[in-house]
Write a protein that binds this ligand. Structure first.
Ligand SMILES: NC(=O)c1ccc[n+]([C@@H]2O[C@H](COP(=O)([O-])OP(=O)(O)OC[C@H]3O[C@@H](n4cnc5c(N)ncnc54)[C@H](OP(=O)(O)O)[C@@H]3O)[C@@H](O)[C@H]2O)c1
Length: 272
């Protein structure tokens, strides 16, 4: 779809990638409904994009179903024809992660985009043309130590997007997936950044990811993975799921190095 015809509901709009995408879309002529939890941040972004003619806001917590459904109602009434799911939460670290963190990341990264998409589908299917873009991750197609839970959410999102695209094929709604590699935003805390450095993981600028998302929306391709050699690794891993099992020793070492109680305990055992 041409940007001038887009009315985009953008979740995670105040985030690192979302903010850059909001600026790129607005500069290309799209209109935006900016969603996130921080109303002040959304409002500041909307003002910087040219005010209500170009961008409006709707604060919503995607982990609260009533709030999510209010957002869907607002977006439909506003006339959205493009949904970009860019909200997300990280979960980095060796298993076991706290159960509350597993729930948070599954709710935010997988359940929320599914619920929001479902809630908006009747409206989107009534449009002459509509698009739903999920922001996934390379880690959704390539299992990497330290990202089991996060990768599970993005792998689930990828499966959902692929099946839904096939389910809706031939209709007006085009379903798409962008899978960025590591990106320099506040999403990655110091520990993740240190791990990325130790393992030689390349990081992209959020503006580059936003540019790729805009290109994908305009050319309406189904899926795109960002980065080389990540694209090759994803392809190999898809065709031969155990082939790369042996190449993650450096990653395991970097994970173990940050684990305070790694290795056998040096504490004296209590007497039986
Ligand atoms: N950065 C990376 O390395 C990387 C790599 C690949 C894929 N991704 C994916 O790209 C997307 C954007 O990431 P980013 O780097 O821009 O992260 P970010 O800067 O942390 O932004 C994420 C946004 O998600 C929103 N969010 C989180 N929980 C929410 C909730 N319960 N309800 C509503 N909004 C919520 C936050 O909004 P508020 O806090 O303002 O509410 C925040 O603005 C995510 O889906 C992420 O998984 C990131």
């Amino acid at each position: 779809m041409k940007p001038q015809a887009m009315r985009v509901l953008l979740t995670g709009a105040a985030g690192g990638i979302g903010g850059e995408l909001a600026r790129s879309l607005a500069a290309s002529g799209a209109r935006l409904l900016l969603a996130g939890r921080d109303q002040a941040a959304l409002q500041a972004l909307a003002s910087s994009l040219g005010g209500p003619e170009r961008a409006t806001t709707c604060a919503a917590d995607l982990r609260e179903e009533a709030s999510l459904l209010r957002l869907a109602t607002t977006a439909a009434a506003w006339g959205c024809n493009v949904v970009v799911h860019a909200a997300g939460r990280p979960a980095f670290g060796a298993a076991p992660l706290p159960a509350a963190q597993l729930r948070e990341v599954l709710d935010t990264n997988l359940l929320a985009p599914m619920l929001l998409t479902q809630a908006l589908l009747p409206h989107l299917q009534a449009q002459p043309a509509a698009q739903v873009l999920f922001v996934g991750s390379v880690l959704g197609s390539l299992g990497v130590p330290g990202f089991a839970a996060y990768g599970a959410t993005k792998g689930g999102l990828r499966a959902y997007a692929q099946a839904l695209r096939r389910e809706l094929g031939g209709g007006p709604v085009r379903v798409q997936l962008l899978a960025p590699r590591a990106t320099r935003t506040a999403f990655n805390d110091d520990a993740t950044t240190a791990y990325n450095r130790a393992t030689g993981t390349a990081e992209d600028a959020p503006a580059a990811v936003a540019a790729a998302a805009l290109r994908l929306l305009v050319d309406e391709a189904a899926e795109r993975t960002l980065g080389w050699p990540e694209r090759l690794a994803v392809r190999l891993n898809g065709a031969f799921p155990t082939l790369l099992d042996g190449v993650f020793g450096k990653h395991r070492a970097a994970l173990a190095a940050r684990r305070p109680h790694a290795g056998p305990s040096t504490q004296p055992r209590p007497a039986p």
